[in-house]
Design a protein around this ligand. Sequence first.
Ligand SMILES: Nc1ncnc2c1ncn2[C@@H]1O[C@H](COP(=O)(O)OP(=O)(O)OP(=O)(O)O)[C@@H](O)[C@H]1O
Ligand SMILES: [Mg+2]
Length: 423
Amino acid sequence: MQIVFGIDFGTTNSALSVYRNGTVEVVAVDGGDQGGELMRSVLYFNEEHEIFAGHEAIHQYVNDGAAGRFMQSIKTFLPNTSFDSTEIFGTRYTIDDLVAIILRKIKARGEAYVGRPVESVVLGRPVVFSQDAARDAVAEQRLEKAARKAGFRNIWFQYEPVAAALAFEESLQPGEERIVFIGDFGGGTSDFSVIRVKGGAFGRSDRRSDVLSLGGVYVAGDKFDSQIMWDKVAHYFGRYARYRTMGKEEWNSIPKSIIYTLCQWHRIPLLRARKTRELIRVIKGAADDRRAIGHLENIINDNYGFFLFQAIEKAKCELSDSDRSLIHFQDRDLIINEEICTEEFEALNADNFRQIAACIDEVVAKSGLLPAQMDTVFLTGGTSRIPRIQTLFADRFGRDRLEQRNAFTSVVHGLGSSVPLFV
Ligand SMILES: Nc1ncnc2c1ncn2[C@@H]1O[C@H](COP(=O)(O)OP(=O)(O)OP(=O)(O)O)[C@@H](O)[C@H]1O
Ligand SMILES: [Mg+2]
């Protein structure tokens, strides 16, 4: 009996499905939130060279008072050719080493569940890892290398929105055919596909001709968090601070690149570079708002960006169910209480929504069909819960054609359903 795993290695969450005897089931991978069905795609390294993944990583990181090194959104580094490896407490890890740690852990959970070793896997991949073809190829190669390091021998890739479509297809009656627009809104990417689905088609060999178009943008949940940081929170860390260099009259602003890095919290450790730290020290000595620059130093030294972004993300998620929320965060003498309402959230992310909208239109156009010819719009992924995202589709296709379910597991389920296409 052949058993194949489906692994959705996500920017924020990862998940596992098991294909055996022609059926697919989603298997819990972590003991953390959401009943352990998902594993947060995070790693934590302590100074004793122990490595933790998922909710254990968060737990250890919190317990250690953030003393070790915490990493998240690792997937977004895959297409970054200028980032190849990082040194953690004297050991060098390549990007695929890091991904392999997560995959190995998921593999072990799956093997414990089925009671034997499994060497085959269908991995999900976004439609675009990067707009640049060379970087996109690098990202997939790195993911494949990681899967090999994790112990897989047979490795196939499936586009994440195509996987979501296959999961949707299983809910149709045999013979029922539909053209579906799939929108998968995750943490790192928003991926789209127009695909012909047919009830009872499970296991039909080649589906390439059913995929009418594919596309995606690098704008999703993390970008919304970053934007909130930029507009509502970064001023606590000196975004508007100015400083004067010795002997000169004019005021300088703090380099935008520093604030920009601050807004992508997984990159904050990069600000630990000696040159940057020295620059910040000099700025602090000559700034009009030393307190803010002090907070900037603290967030870099104490590495508490994770907690700050948790607070931002929480406020963002609350806006999906309510028209206002509070970004609350406290560290030493820093107290952040910023109210945000839906209108403001939508206004400050206007450009992000515009980019998503443009990509949706492009994917519809590429399919050769008119919006009216889409029978169903199937939305999945955590970010699809944002009301403005749903409105983008309601405006184009009509609200009655929208379907939304299993925000966090339809992709991984569909990866399992993809197995007969490959083996
Ligand atoms: N209720 C909600 N409202 C808005 N956003 C949400 C909500 N719940 C989760 N999110 C966001 O969804 C994202 C995670 O979704 P998901 O698990 O589908 O992503 P992923 O699969 O890890 O990422 P990707 O597919 O891009 O690699 C995070 O950015 C999270 O903040
Ligand atoms: Mg995803």
